[in-house]
Write a protein that binds this ligand. Structure first.
Ligand SMILES: *Cc1c(COP(=O)(O)O)cnc(C)c1O
Length: 236
């Protein structure tokens, strides 16, 4: 299948899952997870109708930005971000989805203050409680969300999660839990509820279920671009 067909198919699947759940398909945005893709592939994806690219790695993102590969698309940072690299991400992306610690939250606020801007962020929740994954424990989310809304140079827009790799029913349970947490945080924290309107969850293997359970952003790589090589491919 071509990239164009894949984009169309994934969008159709999102729309079908949304309707099934009684949701308006326009509430859900497809984020193309573009890690390891070339500048040209990213441009082709945008030409095929991708409106948001999600990058994991600061170095790759920096190179794509220099090549102007994301022209015509919004850009999200979705990977693990080290505090010593926030200066390469803050102000360059529309949304940092993966803020999984207070330390990182503060570093982003500080960098955004330096640049005189407000950075949109999501808090990353470790909904499966996995040791190996970054993110905030579900019972710590409210406290960190309260801190985030106090910081003048970040704007909390919602929550993100990468649930454990589980059977289909397993992930649905985690998606449901994330949705509950999202609704709860929005109700408790937001002065203006419309500011907290992003729930990012679901990847190639499970995005229709994530949509059924309330995702507003799904991050899809493999289903658009095909399987990634296990290692970095050679430079273009
Ligand atoms: C790579 C990646 C995705 C997409 O994964 P696929 O299984 O290829 O769809 C989504 N979210 C994050 C954070 C990723 O790193």
């Amino acid at each position: 299948m071509s990239l164009e067909e894949n984009v169309r198919q994934v969008k159709e699947n999102i729309a079908a899952a949304a309707r099934e759940a009684g949701r308006d398909p326009s509430e859900i945005t497809l984020v193309a997870a573009t890690k390891v893709q070339t500048d040209d592939t990213i441009r082709a994806a945008i030409a095929a109708g991708i409106t948001v690219c999600g990058e994991n790695r600061v170095q790759e993102m920096t190179a794509h930005l220099e090549a102007n590969a994301y022209a015509g698309s919004a850009l999200h940072f979705i990977g693990h971000l080290q505090t010593n690299k926030v200066n390469k991400v803050v102000g360059r992306v529309d949304l940092i989805e993966s803020v999984g610690s207070e330390h990182l939250l503060n570093a982003i606020d500080k960098e955004a203050a330096k640049l005189g801007l407000v950075q949109d962020i999501l808090l990353e929740v470790n909904v499966g409680g996995e040791e190996s994954k970054s993110g905030i424990a579900p019972d710590q989310v409210e406290a960190l969300a309260r801190k985030a809304v106090e910081l003048p140079h970040v704007r909390l827009r919602g929550l993100m999660s990468i649930p454990p790799v589980a059977g289909p029913e397993g992930n649905r349970r985690f998606f449901h839990e994330m949705y509950q947490l999202f609704v709860d945080i929005r109700r408790k924290i937001a002065d203006n509820e419309s500011e907290i309107n992003c729930l990012s969850m679901g990847m190639s293997g499970d995005y229709p279920d994530a949509v059924r359970e309330g995702a507003t952003l799904v991050r899809v790589g493999t289903a658009l671009f095909g399987a990634r090589p296990p290692m970095h491919p050679k430079a273009e």
